[in-house]
Design a protein around this ligand. Structure first.
Ligand code: A2P
Length: 283
C-alpha cells in the first residue's frame, strides 16, 4: 500500500522499477525523439519505455547517451513485436533491440501482444516458445526482468506454469478503461501492471469528473488520471512531446485521491479505450 505513494515499485524478483515511466509510442526515429528522451531524463524520469515496433530505439539510445546519465541509472524497457514471435526469432529480435539501443542489457523485455486464438490455432504454443526465449535471455543475465503486454488472464495462465513467471503485464488502463478484473488477476499472481495510454491518448482528459477533481486537488485532469493509476497499484507510462506536460506528469506524489473520489471514478462507465481487444487484433 505504502509503496504506491513512492516513486518506484519492486518486481517479484526484487528488481526496483522507477515510476512513472516515459512512454515513447508514436515518437519517430530522429533527433526530436532523442531530445524528448533527454528532456524526460533531465526532468527526473528514470524509466523509458520503447518497443521494436515503435522504430525509435536508436533515437531512444541516443537520448539516453546525450543525458549524460550512466546506463545503470535508467530503467530501459523494450518489447518483441508480433512478427518475431517464436523462440529463435525472438532471440534474434532481442539482439537487434540491444544493438539499436546501443546497450548490452535491458532492464525489462516484454512480449508486445499475445498470439491469440482468433488467428493462431496454436496460440498457446507460440506464446510459450516466445516466452522461453525471454526466459533464456533472463537466465543469461542479459535482461533484469521479463514480462508481457496486453495479455489477458487466459493468455497469462499457461506462462505462470513456466520456469519463470511474467513479472509485468503492460496493459491499456486509465479512468475510462479501468481493467479491474485483469489488475486483480495480475496482482494476485505477483505481476506488476503497467498502464499504457494512462491518459487515454488524451481522449479521457475532457471528462467533467476529471476536471472537477482537478479543481478540487489543484491538479490537472492528466495528473488525476496518473494518480488514479498509482492508487490502483499500477505504474503509468504517460507520453508527451511537450516539456511542461512531461514535467507535470511526474508531479503526482504530493496528493492522494479520497475514497469518495476513487468511488466516483470507479462508477464511471467505460469511455476511454482505444478499442484494441487482445483477443481480436489483426496485426
Ligand atoms: P503531447 O505529446 O502533444 O503533449 P497517453 O500517454 O495516454 O497515450 O496520452 C498521450 C497524449 O496525451 C499525447 O497526445 C500528449 O500530447 C497528451 N498529453 C500528455 N500529457 C498531457 C498532459 N499533462 N495534459 C494534456 N495532455 C497531455
Amino acid at each position: 500500500m505504502e509503496e504506491r505513494k513512492r516513486e518506484f515499485y519492486t518486481l517479484s524478483n526484487g528488481v526496483v522499477i522507477p515510476c512513472p515511466g516515459f512512454g515513447t509510442w508514436r515518437m519517430k526515429e530522429g533527433p526530436e525523439t532523442a531530445a524528448a528522451v533527454k528532456t524526460a531524463l533531465d526532468l527526473g524520469y528514470r524509466h523509458i519505455d520503447t518497443a521494436a515496433y515503435y522504430r525509435n530505439e536508436t533515437s531512444v539510445g541516443q537520448g539516453l547517451r546525450e543525458s549524460g546519465l550512466a546506463r545503470e541509472e535508467v530503467f530501459l524497457t523494450s518489447k518483441v513485436w508480433n512478427t518475431d514471435r517464436g523462440y529463435d526469432t525472438t532471440l534474434r529480435a532481442f539482439d537487434r533491440t540491444l544493438a539499436a539501443l546501443g546497450t548490452d542489457y535491458l532492464d525489462l523485455y516484454l512480449i508486445h501482444w499475445p498470439a491469440a486464438a482468433n488467428r493462431f490455432p496454436d496460440w498457446q504454443e507460440i506464446n510459450r516458445q516466445t516466452w522461453r526465449a525471454l526466459c533464456k535471455v533472463y537466465r543469461e543475465g542479459r535482461v533484469r526482468a521479463i514480462g508481457v503486454s496486453n495479455f489477458l488472464p487466459h493468455h497469462l495462465a499457461p506462462l505462470l506454469e513456466e520456469e519463470t513467471a511474467p513479472m509485468v503485464d503492460q496493459i491499456e488502463c486509465n479512468p475510462g478503461w479501468q481493467q479491474r478484473e485483469l489488475i486483480a488477476f495480475c496482482q494476485a499472481h505477483g505481476i506488476l501492471v503497467e498502464a499504457w495510454s494512462p491518459l487515454g491518448q488524451g481522449r479521457v482528459l475532457g471528462h467533467p469528473l476529471l476536471a472537477q477533481l482537478g479543481e478540487k486537488y489543484g491538479k490537472s485532469p492528466a495528473q488525476i488520471c496518473l494518480r488514479w493509476c498509482l492508487e490502483q497499484g499500477t505504474l503509468p507510462l504517460p507520453k508527451s512531446n511537450t516539456p511542461a506536460r512531461v514535467r507535470e506528469n511526474r508531479e503526482i506524489f504530493d496528493f492522494a485521491l479520497a475514497p469518495e473520489d476513487l468511488a466516483a471514478i470507479a462508477a464511471l462507465p467505460p469511455f476511454g479505450t482505444s478499442g484494441h481487444d487482445p483477443d481480436n487484433i489483426d496485426f
